[in-house]
Design a protein around this ligand. Structure first.
Ligand code: SF4
Length: 392
């Protein structure tokens, strides 16, 4: 299995030469000693609350623990149970999610809670039933099944992909097809590995599938980091194929991603005679779905001029005044430079609102310092636009 006490690397398609029981024991031992106390983790000897596990795992996708923790605490204080979440309005749910991004996740959590309560049940422990719920993919299902229900299902997020990709020196793109299958086989192999007599003192430590999955996640977050993994303190250093061949920086291998598309656009801050601002609610199924904001559109004009007002607002808005330079906002797929324009409603016809803005499904005139504004979910982009407006 190892050359001269060091593990040997394997090529694509080959089974990694790893002693899975020993690896598993070392990971569990390290996790038992070093795991952080986090608000969604059950105290030793107690069963995790599936609902808390679900919320935390959805929040933690592409978000660091330090960012997600206050969101989780506010969420659990307001929606302590599945029933409480199902009974809430979508606006309230989105508002508590405000700033975490990926708002579709919050909407789908809410949808799934309503579905489960309508069926009269709790969170299912059955993989197929779980996967059929809105927003529950392979990762969420694996995390819930292993952590909340103690079932041996892999939960492969970015951290786990990196750690296992390095431990197994897995070549190629691990996010799809054959590479993803090899990664999953390694994760499943670790979960299924029975302890043997080489497991040193690891066998005495906690050994649920949830602990093992969390050990991998935790190791990825704290030791086997994307850059400069701290191999000197790693519990599996002796068994890691990438480290054994001095190639830890080469794994997981870079995957060419489509870079975010650059785009420009204009946002419109339109004020009525009462000093209220026009906010639009975006449709649920698109970018920033369900959130309220100053309406904005990408520009179709190569010279980046705002489209003629009459195209959007008719004769009811006075000239628009640009407020400072473009505001940069990055989405996963889009790098947006947005210019904010301010204008006043010229005549009293506030009911007659633009109809051609397809991303928006509802319009309201809102005092930004009032109670209503505090109850509407808004995005970080809207925070930037509001800050710019306040500066002028
Ligand atoms: Fe990651 Fe280094 Fe540990 Fe391998 S030895 S799992 S590269 S930290």
């Amino acid at each position: 299995m190892r050359d001269g006490g060091r593990p040997r690397a394997t090529g694509p398609g080959a089974e990694p030469a790893l002693d899975l029981p020993v690896l598993r024991a070392n990971l569990l031992r390290w996790y038992a000693l070093h795991q952080r106390s986090l608000p969604w983790r059950a105290a030793p000897g107690t069963r995790p609350d599936p609902y808390a596990v679900w919320i935390s795992e959805v929040m933690l996708q592409q978000t660091q623990v330090v960012t997600a923790t206050p969101y989780f605490q506010r969420w659990m204080a307001r929606f302590p149970t599945l029933e409480a979440l199902a009974a809430a309005s979508v606006d309230e749910v989105l508002q508590l999610w405000q700033g975490l991004g990926y708002y579709g996740r919050a909407r789908r959590l809410h949808e799934a809670a309503q579905l489960l309560i309508a069926r009269g049940g709790g969170i299912p422990a059955d993989p197929a039933e779980l996967r059929a719920l809105p927003g529950v993919g392979d990762y969420s299902a694996g995390a819930l099944l292993s952590i909340a229900f103690g079932r041996a299902h892999p939960a492969i997020d970015g951290n786990v992909r990196r750690v296992l990709g390095r431990i197994g020196a897995l070549e190629g793109d691990l996010t799809r097809s054959e590479g993803a299958a090899r990664l999953r086989a390694l994760a499943q192999g670790l979960l299924d590995a029975a302890p043997n007599d080489q497991c040193l003192d690891g066998a005495g430590f906690a050994s649920s599938p949830g602990d093992l999955n969390q050990a991998l996640m935790e190791l990825g977050a704290r030791v086997c980091r994307p850059r400069q993994p701290d191999c000197s303190i790693c519990p599996v250093q002796r068994y890691c194929l990438a480290h054994g061949s001095g190639r830890e920086a080469e794994f997981p291998q870079a995957v060419r991603r489509t870079p975010p598309r650059p785009a420009t656009g204009f946002a419109y801050a339109i004020r009525d005679a009462a000093g209220r601002w026009l906010l639009g609610r975006r449709r649920d199924d698109g970018l920033l779905g369900g959130l309220w904001e100053f309406p904005w559109l990408e520009s179709n004009d190569a010279d980046e001029r705002p489209e003629p007002l009459s195209a959007h607002w008719g004769p009811w808005v006075l000239d628009l005044e640009p407020l400072g330079p473009a505001i940069r906002h990055a989405f996963t797929h889009l790098r947006l430079d947005l210019r904010l324009l301010r204008g006043d409603l010229a005549s009293a016809d506030p009911q007659r609102l633009p109809e051609r803005w397809s991303p928006y499904v509802e319009w309201r005139w809102v005092a930004l310092d009032g109670l209503e504004a505090r109850s509407l979910p808004m995005s970080r982009l809207m925070d930037k636009l509001r800050r710019r407006l306040a500066e002028h």
